[in-house]
Design a protein around this ligand. Structure first.
Ligand SMILES: Nc1nc2c(ncn2[C@@H]2O[C@H](COP(=O)(O)OP(=O)(O)OP(=O)(O)O)[C@@H](O)[C@H]2O)c(=O)[nH]1
Length: 243
């Protein structure tokens, strides 16, 4: 992990070793000039074994939150292990797209020089808003217009990539752009379209308590941004119940 090297120079070994694991990781990120917003992946800055330490650190902080909420975690059998459960849920499940490396995406050359529209979806996606950490549940549709030098990727890989990008706290507008960037980098298509439709629990469960509203947004790149007919064809293929 190359980003680790400058940290050792910055601080004596012993003081780095004594730091909380989140501080060690943060120092590496800062030293490398790497952004670490809620929707950024920081896997390259986490060393072997540190995720276990991070989960334990998060558990300790969550125990403090429960204590501050005046919940008797010692006497209440239902919350006795809540801090541990929630830490595991954040680090290993719902926010794992921050801490784990990208899924392996097998790429195949476009031997047949396919240049017709491919539509994948609806892919079920689960995320969380970065404002309240409430669930965001939705669907994503992806349109790819390949060109001769594009890579073709397996169908399941669209869903794997979606899951990796979505498993982070974020806003929907940025989520679709990030997903489009990841797809564009791997597939190098002549055109790329992403549509997301999602339900935000920060609006259902709390706040305005509006049960019905959805947010829909799109990213249109390359041929999709230039060609209205292609856009129409893609949108018409999203199907009933789609956008
Ligand atoms: N644009 C956008 N807004 C979002 C998304 N997810 C949640 N929000 C909104 O983020 C806003 C945060 O607003 P604040 O005023 O800081 O928070 P708040 O006082 O809890 O707001 P209320 O939800 O209105 O009670 C809310 O309006 C949410 O509905 C998203 O993906 N995109």
């Amino acid at each position: 992990m190359s980003a680790n090297a400058p940290i050792v120079a910055l601080k004596p070994d012993s003081s780095v070793a004594r730091m909380a694991v989140s501080d060690r990781i943060r120092l590496r990120l800062i030293e490398a000039g790497q952004r670490y917003h809620a929707n950024d992946n920081i896997a390259a800055f986490i060393e072997d074994g540190e995720l276990d330490q991070l989960r334990r650190e998060v558990e300790g902080k969550l125990q403090g939150v429960l204590q501050a909420l005046v919940i008797d975690t010692a006497g209440d059998h239902n919350t006795a292990e809540t801090a541990q459960r929630v830490a595991k849920m954040f680090v290993d499940e719902v926010f794992r797209g921050r801490y784990q490396s990208a899924p392996a995406i097998t790429e195949f050359p476009n031997v047949s020089r396919l240049d017709e529209l491919i539509v994948v979806g609806p892919i079920t996606v689960r995320s969380a808003c970065s404002h309240h950490l409430c669930p965001v549940m939705g669907k994503v549709w992806i349109g790819v217009l390949p060109r001769a030098d594009s890579a073709l990727i397996g169908l399941s890989k669209y869903a794997r990539l979606c899951d990796w990008v979505m498993s982070r706290p974020q806003i929907q507008e940025e989520a679709v752009v990030m997903l489009a960037d990841e797809l564009e980098r791997r597939v190098k298509p002549g055109g790329l379209a992403v549509v997301m439709e999602a339900s935000h629990f920060c609006m259902h469960w709390r706040g305005v308590k509006d049960d019905a509203s959805l947010m829909r947004n799109t990213v249109m790149r390359g041929a999709f941004s230039r060609d209205a007919e292609l856009r129409r064809e893609f949108l018409s293929l999203l199907g009933k119940g789609g956008v």
